[in-house]
Design a protein around this ligand. Structure first.
Ligand code: DC
Length: 238
């Protein structure tokens, strides 16, 4: 049987992590876990329940309600895509709206929210054969991942990518709004107390500012295939 590895992909907002992670998971026949979608679903829950107020996030109310939040993924056989569900309802489209993007970073700073989602993510990765993307995957969720990638790209490229993505999904948004949102999220994600975005010491940096998706894909799958076949050679020797 082929050796299975785990791949952790971290990086700033809109670096193209999920597009690449999905393509790599498909190639290797691994599961793909979008951890940002889990924080987004949690944020949608907080908005729906009225915990996000003009004065800010009501952390206490959200923490007290955490046991009632069920976040799962469900395969859609029509679109061939995995979709995020919140308490049994598909919320894939809603969680990509700017309203959620605006509040997701403050929700992600809440220690209890992270504890709940990290526990779930660790469970999803325990059998390897996984490609997971987020902010703390190589540092906290899968610290022993076989391959850790830290993705970076220039702010201009990231803004353009997010703009194209949202426009293609029919979301009305301006580049200025995206710039503000990305800058604010990067700041909160990198400076929060619990599990901030950090480059894992044993990660490889992938600057994709000037790379096509094919080039990025080749970079990662080559490294992954090397690790998979090294593991097979070692087990043959044992
Ligand atoms: O990957 P994304 O842009 O959809 O993530 C949305 C937010 O979720 C991001 O700004 C910070 C938070 N997040 C996090 O704190 N930890 C993760 N592992 C993934 C996302």
């Amino acid at each position: 049987m082929k050796k299975k590895i785990s791949i952790a992909i971290d990086g700033y907002s809109s670096c193209g992590k999920s597009t690449l992670a999905k393509a790599v998971a498909k190639e290797l026949n691994y599961i793909y876990v979008d951890t940002g979608a889990m924080y987004r679903a949690m944020t949608l829950h907080a908005i729906k329940r009225g915990y996000v107020t003009p004065e800010g996030l009501n952390e206490e109310a959200l923490i007290n309600d955490l046991d009632n939040v069920y976040i799962t993924f469900q395969y859609n056989p029509v679109s061939f895509k995995s979709e995020t569900c919140l308490n049994g309802t598909v919320v894939e489209k809603e969680i990509r709206q700017m309203q959620v993007s605006k509040h997701v970073s403050p929700v992600s700073t809440v220690k209890e929210v992270r504890a709940k989602l990290v526990k779930l993510q660790k469970r999803l990765s325990e059998n390897k054969g996984v490609v997971m993307d987020g902010r703390d995957i190589g540092t906290v969720v899968i610290p022993d991942a076989d391959l850790k990638v830290f993705m970076v790209a220039t702010p201009e490229v990231r803004i353009q990518r997010r703009y194209d993505e949202l426009i293609s999904k029919g979301v009305a948004v301006s580049k200025e709004e995206i710039k503000q949102n990305i800058t604010e999220r990067d700041h909160i994600d990198s400076n929060r107390e619990t599990d901030p975005l950090r480059q894992a010491a044993d990660s490889v940096v992938l600057d994709n500012s000037d790379l096509s998706l094919d080039e990025q894909f080749e970079f990662i799958t080559k490294k992954a295939q090397e690790l998979i076949s090294n593991g097979e050679q070692i087990s043959e020797l044992q």
